[in-house]
Design a binder for this molecule. Structure first.
Ligand code: ATP
Length: 152
């Protein structure tokens, strides 16, 4: 019997399906959740969620949140989560560019602002790195100045 997995973010249902194992970035490290797991509630760090079902694996980025485990269902309540196949690379690159620019301009006099920029940098970096590492649909570069196209 597989375990049910639901990933919800503040604005939508990101994933629902069955899994043999769900691997999440728990606050105490990577956690693998299999059917029959003891009930558990944990916070999540920014990182990667992997949902494995037979030969299939779905990969998601998550920027933080909670995971609730019951023996037959794992529910992930994410601040933001995206399937790696759906990540908008241009958007993440722009977010990273914006944050890097702000980090250069802002001297770390206002710690809150500085932290917010750093968090934005971490989110965009996570999205870009995860696409590089896990996306099956490959990216193909266009000539300089023409951006990046996504190919099947
Ligand atoms: P941006 O500055 O581009 O909005 P962000 O890191 O501030 O990026 P979040 O606040 O983490 O964005 O997320 C807001 C919403 O946008 C969430 O639903 C998230 O899943 C989605 N999202 C953010 N960046 C991307 C991306 N590059 N591709 C797809 N969805 C994204």
């Amino acid at each position: 019997m597989p375990i049910r997995c639901e990933i919800v973010s503040q604005d939508r249902l990101v994933f629902e399906g069955e899994a043999d194992i769900v691997i999440v970035p728990g606050s105490l490290g990577e956690m693998g959740i299999m059917p029959g797991h003891a009930p558990l509630l944990s916070t999540l760090e920014l990182g990667v969620i992997r949902v494995k079902n037979g030969d299939l694996e779905d990969v998601f980025t998550v920027t933080g949140g909670f995971v609730e485990v019951q023996p037959d269902i794992v529910t992930i309540m994410a601040d933001a989560a995206e399937n790696v196949e759906d990540i908008d690379v241009n958007r993440a690159e722009e977010a990273m560019e914006r944050a890097s620019q702000l980090l250069k301009e802002e001297q770390p006099t206002d710690p809150d602002k500085y932290l917010r920029i750093e968090e934005a940098l971490k989110r965009s970096n996570l999205r870009l790195k995860t696409v590089e590492q896990y996306r099956k649909r490959r990216l193909r570069s266009r000539p300089p100045g023409m951006g990046t196209s996504e190919q099947d």
